[in-house]
Design a protein around this ligand. Structure first.
Ligand code: DHE
Length: 517
């Protein structure tokens, strides 16, 4: 430990005394030391892409370049590169690319790798309930653990692409799961066979994925390039790549894409243009059109941009771009917030009309919202990212029922139909080791758990029957702590490497009230 501090001090002194290398020098060092794994153009290879879009959330980059990353192929370069060179290299990889890189449908198709030894099993290769499997994403070493929800044992642990983000999406029968990484890779895994089926790079930097209502298509929202890739879930082949741009041609990133099962469509919001898109997953959909123009010939308004059938697009104009959103249980309305997170709006997805405005200041994180029944009304709750508050909204008249004060800003909420409680973490603030348990009817915090004092606790998931609640100790040498969801007593602790999200197949494919999308 002392040696480590001393060597890091020496490193700092050397850094201060050395002349600063130029960006060109750093580009040379990149070509010599990094390009072989991370790609000539920093777009990834055997290692992840080294671009600001991927690195935005990675801390201690210079330290990683110097010392490498344990348990990965990332070697340390402290022997070959001086501290100032390493610092310049960090600056170089954090510099945006000169041009938006191309990633054409041909590139996507060429990236597809199907596992040569994969043979689909005729029945699950384990004797656990295949509907009570919970997947645990372990971001510490980029793996997923497959957990038997009854025996609370790990059935398999497999490597994922680098930096999985967002919820994996299950096929409607719960057999297959699709997992997305921030680098745009989509991995297909067969839960019955406990084997990877294959993977494909749908984009260079991606936001999230959504499964179609019939399980045939997977939509991948990409930030680089700004496209929506639609994959066949059976073969992983790309079947459509849609350029994402507003009606006036402004290219846009996607805030998120979700499945709207009752509508047989994908719903996405554009991050850089004031529009919601609905993409049909129903071959009989439409016709939808992009707008109206005045036809002098006919002396009347005429629709333009008409689209019909599978993947037909409908544009729903909004007052401002929506950054984060959520749906009511029937998918009739979308509840969204603007980028500043200062207000919420409710938009009817059929008419496009704004139905209500919500009092939601303080960066509500609607993507983590959940719903439940309270006194005959459906309510939704959302955490706020920059204050210790949960807002509870009545979805019948869109009024604010209560703002629950918490011990800090949190990120994730979870409950289950059988549970009286909502579990809310507060890991964005100083009390990151706490987990609040809130009564769904009184809206009061009834217990604050500290699964591992001083260590981050975040994200809860329930087993299929709601009997157990699983909490992540979000640390490199972390764990999943299993609680009895009624007595709130700890039942078991499973060591995991920085576990983040956990996803129970049954809760996900049945759209359980207590889970987010
Ligand atoms: Fe997430 C889900 C957006 C940062 C962990 N996050 C989502 C979803 C969106 C989103 C739109 C829903 C997608 C889905 O499941 O299909 N996340 C954002 C951001 O805009 C934000 C704030 C900035 C960014 O970097 O993109 C962000 N998210 C984070 C993190 O820093 C977290 C804590 C750690 C990480 O892994 O990057 C994080 N986000 C998660 C997790 C989910 C998620 C674990 C799935 C939750 C679930 O239960 O479904």
């Amino acid at each position: 430990m002392i040696r480590r501090i001393a060597s890091s001090r020496l490193w700092l002194v050397a850094l201060l005394l050395a002349p600063a290398p130029s960006l060109a020098d750093a580009a040379g060092d990149y070509a010599a030391h990094c390009a072989a794994c991370h790609g000539e153009h920093r777009l990834g290879g055997t290692g992840p892409a080294l671009i600001p879009e991927t690195l935005g959330r990675v801390k201690g980059i210079a330290e990683i370049i110097a010392q490498g990353r344990p348990l990965t192929q990332m070697a340390g370069f402290a022997e070959q590169l001086a501290p100032a060179q390493i610092e310049a290299l960090e600056g170089f990889i954090k510099t945006p690319l000169d041009q938006t890189p191309h990633w054409t449908p041909e590139d996507i198709a060429a990236s597809r790798e199907m596992a040569a030894d994969y043979r689909p099993a005729a029945a699950p290769v384990f004797d656990a309930d295949p509907m009570n499997i919970t997947l645990v994403v372990e971001t510490g070493d980029h793996h997923v653990s497959v957990l038997d929800g009854d025996r609370l044992e790990v059935l398999d642990r497999f490597a994922t692409p680098y930096a999985v983000h967002g919820g994996p999406k299950f096929s409607p029968d719960g057999r297959y799961v699709f997992i997305m990484s921030r680098d745009g890779w989509v991995q297909k895994y067969d839960i019955w066979s406990l084997r990877e089926v294959g993977r494909i790079r749908a984009g260079l930097n991606s936001r999230n994925i959504a499964m179609s209502h019939d399980g045939r298509w997977l939509a991948v929202a990409n930030s680089l390039p700004q496209t929506l890739t639609i994959l066949s879930t059976e073969t992983l082949e790309p079947v459509r790549v849609i350029e994402v741009a507003g009606r006036d041609g402004t290219p846009s990133r996607v805030s998120a894409v979700y499945q709207a099962p009752q509508r047989k469509s994908f719903i996405l919001a554009l991050k850089d243009a004031p529009e919601i898109w609905e993409i049909a997953t129903d071959p009989d959909a439409g016709p939808f059109h992009d707008g109206y123009v005045h036809s002098h010939e006919k002396g009347m308004e005429e629709a333009f941009g008409a689209q019909q059938g599978l993947f037909a697009r409908r544009r729903i104009p909004t007052d401002e771009p929506l950054d984060d959103f959520f749906f009511d249980p029937g998918y009739r309305n979308l509840i969204g917030t603007n980028r500043e997170g200062t207000k919420g709006v409710v938009i009817n997805l059929t008419t496009g009309a704004r139905v209500a405005e919500l009092p939601l200041p303080g960066m509500p994180h609607l993507g983590s919202g959940i719903t439940w029944d309270r006194a005959g009304h459906k309510v939704m709750a959302t955490p706020h990212l920059n204050e210790g508050v949960l807002s509870v909204i009545d979805m019948t008249d869109w009024t604010l029922v209560k703002q629950i004060r918490t011990d800090g800003p949190g990120f994730f909420l979870r409950s289950h139909e059988t549970s009286d409680y909502v579990w809310a973490d507060v890991f964005m603030g100083p009390n990151r080791d706490e987990m609040h348990v809130i009564d769904k009817q009184t809206l009061k915090i009834v217990r604050t758990l500290k699964p591992a004092p001083g260590r981050t606790a975040a994200h809860t998931e329930f087993t299929r029957d709601g009997r157990y609640a699983l909490v992540s100790i979000w640390e490199e040498d972390g764990a999943v702590v299993v609680y009895d969801a009624k007595t709130l007593e700890e039942v078991k602790r499973l060591p995991m490497r920085k576990p983040s999200g956990k996803y129970n197949i049954w809760n996900k494919i049945t759209f359980s009230d207590g889970t987010s999308h």
